[in-house]
Design a protein around this ligand. Structure first.
Ligand code: PGA
Length: 261
């Protein structure tokens, strides 16, 4: 991998904030990134809760950052109480969507077949998708991490047209590192990224695997981002807690943009 991929930093706000604080955070992130010379060279995306997408979108204007949603329905429309379709996200100018975050994959036990359908739904609806994979602590400790990641990538991407891969960011998010302050060691994270790319190379080819962005998530902070992003395999991050402060999120974006320097 000689030429770095375009960096990506996502801020997953999860079920935090209220309307006023979400708009304020959006304004602050917009101001902080607009002052950054390298902001144009990365995809910085915030993922507010559904009910605040429109207000946050207005506060961001044309960005940066770009706007994304935390989930979508696998169906186009119909009798699916409480769900939100790709078309609805498009109406609100959300251009990105997270699929398979561990709080849904593991927390809500969303099956791999549903995550695959959500990924396909997003990509065929012209949304860009952040597809999350990651092993649990028990899986890592029993030496199964590589196998688990391969299975998750295969089930997500089997049958997905290679032309759609440019709209995908894969997020390696070890379940044990999310929200725990227990960040993966950069060596372990890069190893996992290589495993993920090797599965992509099997499904597609090595060139496409190298060109597909893979980012790390799990207790990324302004203090550890630069070291993680200095690894050639790690194209950026998906950030939870540290994305709720504009300055911290902007610092993480700066660390990702520095990959191009
Ligand atoms: P965290 O969350 O940064 O708070 O660990 C990461 C994520 O869930 O994407």
């Amino acid at each position: 991998m000689n030429h770095p991929n375009r960096p990506f930093v996502g801020g997953n706000w999860k079920m935090n904030l209220r309307l006023a604080s979400a708009v304020e955070l959006a304004e602050d992130v917009h101001a902080a990134l607009s002052n950054q010379p390298l902001a144009a060279d990365l995809d910085a995306v915030v993922f507010p809760p559904y009910p605040y997408l429109q207000a946050v979108g207005r506060a961001l204007g044309h960005g940066p950052p770009q706007l994304g949603a935390q989930d979508l329905a696998d169906h186009e429309d119909g009798a699916f109480t409480g769900q939100v379709s790709a078309g609805m996200l498009d109406d609100l100018d959300a251009r990105w969507v997270i699929v398979g975050h561990s709080e849904r994959r593991h927390g809500l036990e969303e099956p791999e077949s549903v995550l695959h359908r959500k990924l396909v739904r997003a990509l065929t609806s012209d949304l860009k998708a952040v597809f999350c994979v990651g092993e649990t602590l028990a899986e890592r400790e029993s030496g199964m991490a590589e196998e688990v990641l391969a299975r998750q990538v295969r089930s997500g991407f089997s049958g997905v047209d290679q032309g759609l891969l440019a709209s995908v960011v894969l997020a390696y998010e070890p379940v044990w590192a999310i929200g725990t302050g227990r960040t993966a060691h950069p060596d372990d994270a890069s190893q996992a990224h290589r495993w993920i790319r090797s599965t992509l190379a099997d499904l597609y080819d090595a060139e496409l695997a190298a060109a597909t962005r893979v980012v790390y998530g799990g207790s990324v902070t302004a203090a550890n981002a630069a070291e993680l992003f200095s690894r050639p395999e790690i194209d950026g991050g998906l950030v939870g807690g540290a994305s709720l402060k504009a300055e911290t999120f902007a610092a993480i974006c700066r660390a990702a943009a520095a990959r191009l320097a």
